[in-house]
Design a binder for this molecule. Sequence first.
Ligand code: ATP
Length: 482
Amino acid sequence: MSSTQDNRFQAIIAHAKEYGFVFPSSEIYDGLSAVYDYGPYGSELKKNIRDYWWKSMTQLRENIVGIDAAIFMHPTTWKASGHVDNFNDPMIDNKDSKKRYRVDHLIEGFADKLKAEGNDKEANDLLAEMESLLEKEDYASLKKLIDDHKIVCSISETCNWTDIRQFNLMFSTQIGSVAGEAETIYLRPETAQGIFVNFLNVQKTSRMKIPFGIAQTGKAFRNEIVARQFIFRMREFEQMEMQFFIRPGTQKEWYEYWKEERMKWHLSLGISQEKYQFHNHTKLAHYADAALDIEYEFPIGFKEVEGIHSRTDYDLTQHQKYSNKKLTYFDTEINQHYIPYVIETSIGLDRMFLLILSHSYNEETITKEDGTKDSRIVLNIPEKLAPVKLAVLPLIKKDGLPEIARILINECKPHFKCFYEEKDTIGKRYRRQDAIGTPYCVTIDHQTKENNTVTIRYRDTMKQERISISEINNKLKASVIL
Ligand code: ATP
């Protein structure tokens, strides 16, 4: 990461805290690593992103329904899904700094450096060899690869490494009221399994016919080792997942379909296409026959925000085996029973939140009316997602202006989130609204009393115009409501 990128990332983190978007968890106790709390504007923005996803995936699609499964699940779920045996990351510790790294991240970081120095071929050969060794789980040779390339720890700057070991990422806890009879259960590391175990319940009760999908949003937990990139990689995070159940043999076309659909969803927010790219997986997870990431150019580089996975019939077959319950579907069109194949779209809500902040955060130099220069920090959040849609600002605290402002707010607040403020100059109030991404500010002044007009000011262009107060509610309803 260049220092300008790093500065931008640090500025976003500081801004998120200063304006009540994201706080370190339990900060008065010095925080908890890789766990964060969302403040008043953050929780609004997060909710709006969740709603935007939910609406586009369920309300606007007749063949997708939603569920809300519990975080705790029967422990056999995770045996069947492969998480108990396979949800491991190979890790390596630096003996001098005691810092632990995920092996693939350590080698990828080194490859990035090689690329930055113009050694693309060496970097690509290294990555290809790493992937092949990871696939074979040949950890002795992987360790040798790290030693041969003299890859150093970023803290101690030495290559004094331990052997590579596996580390399971699931958090466990105990369930059961009688001491000694407790059973180990896991905090779910993904929401997908809650969908698979409910496949037949949902299909039957909603009378869904293949192809159809089940969507869910909710918390997931992973004991991430490398967790120092703000809300990019958290130990407690939220996923928005959809499993699309299809006839075996049709997975290639549905995979392509969902790849395009999900990219369209991202672009529908008005974010430029150049900031996105697809990254096809060469090393596939044990359950997948094709997989790709939708990557976004964060200030920390192009990184995954969403995964599209062709999961075959792996999960349902495993649950059928472990539960001894039939999980087949009868397809009346072709008169056949089969276990459906699945295409999954899985996006991290917190990562999407970081994406929106990264896209929106702008430090601008502006020229004032008198020709002097000024600066502002503005969040150009897509209107549909903005935490507050309208700020109503009486020019002064008297002469009946606050009362008019209150009437306008009372009319608008059932439809969208409004904010009232009467303190400080109008200029200062505009800046505060820019900083939280409010797309519209309305100023009530003495002229309002005479002819019922107000000044509306647009966040992105800073243009102002006079419009009738009676137009505000409809104008905003049309442009900001999901
Ligand atoms: P990564 O390679 O970054 O660890 P992953 O491939 O393990 O991610 P998936 O299991 O495919 O991720 O999860 C789907 C989505 O959930 C990811 O695209 C990401 O947006 C989100 N996600 C996964 N792990 C985390 C995390 N620790 N913190 C925040 N979001 C996460």
